[in-house]
Design a protein around this ligand. Structure first.
Ligand SMILES: Nc1ncnc2c1ncn2[C@@H]1O[C@H](COP(=O)(O)OP(=O)(O)OP(=O)(O)O)[C@@H](O)[C@H]1O
Ligand SMILES: [Mg+2]
Length: 228
């Protein structure tokens, strides 16, 4: 078995808006190994989120191939894509994307409801994920508006960890946090990486690139620099 976990070959993504074509990705080749900590940087509009969404099976390329664990996901239908996503991917967003009417614990249980896990096991795993994300247990029954930004992002990280995914993706996970809280969240992600999770983080902050062992710079939908 190869130790490559994510492989992109000549990936292009063209969005059509009316008469306009937007070339969001313009022939991207990347290769990510198991256990890598990769940061993706580049100006606004350079294609960072487009690239991450493809690795996360949330979007498919116009042409080229994307392989997760040697499986070409560009050939798969929506059901199969959902399975690949469930078994491989945890996704963390800049806006946390928590459901406001649910408690921290219930938010973490959501992906496991989708994977039809029995309620007792679901709750135990959600509590474990909150512990991994270092949210103090007394906040488990708080709703998002009763939590700080850093605490909300911990809940979102716990939710991403719930299915124990080998690949964790984060799109500007510290973008809505002050720099001190941002550093705490990056330290947490870094610990998860050291424990074996492959981590791919989109960031605007050059300081965060220091955490990774590989940095990919995007410029107008192309890899301009790929530093190991
Ligand atoms: N669903 C869409 N429909 C049309 N165009 C899109 C869509 N999503 C992204 N784009 C365009 O594709 C290009 C790349 O967008 P993308 O969101 O990947 O950039 P980004 O590097 O993540 O930027 P930012 O740092 O602002 O988040 C941009 O020109 C954007 O306007
Ligand atoms: Mg983006």
């Amino acid at each position: 078995m190869s130790d490559t976990i994510v492989q992109m070959e000549d990936v292009k993504k063209i969005y059509t808006l009316g008469a306009n074509e937007i070339h969001a990705l313009n022939g991207v080749d990347i290769s990510i190994k198991k256990g890598d900590f990769v940061t993706i940087m580049g100006a606004s509009g350079s294609g960072k989120s487009t690239l991450l969404n493809m690795v996360g099976c949330l979007d498919t390329p116009t042409s080229g191939t994307v392989k997760i664990n040697d499986i070409d996901i560009t050939e798969l239908n929506d059901d199969k894509l959902t399975t690949i996503r469930r078994d491989n991917i945890g996704f963390i967003f800049q806006q946390f994307n928590l459901i406001p009417t649910l408690t921290a614990l219930e938010n973490v249980e959501i992906p496991m409801i989708f994977s039809r896990m029995p309620p007792n096991e679901r709750k135990a795993r959600a509590l474990h994920a909150l512990e991994q994300a270092k949210l103090e247990i007394e906040y488990a029954d708080h709703r998002p508006n009763e939590l700080s930004g850093g605490q909300q992002q911990r809940v979102a990280i716990a939710r991403a960890l719930a299915n124990d995914p080998p690949i964790l993706l984060a799109d500007e996970p510290t973008g809505n946090l002050d720099s001190k809280t941002g550093k705490i969240i990056m330290d947490l992600l870094s610990q998860l990486n050291k424990a074996g999770t492959t981590l791919i983080v989109v960031t605007h902050d050059p300081k965060l690139a220091e955490y990774s062992n590989k940095n990919i710079m995007l410029l107008d939908g192309e890899v301009s620099d790929d530093i190991n």
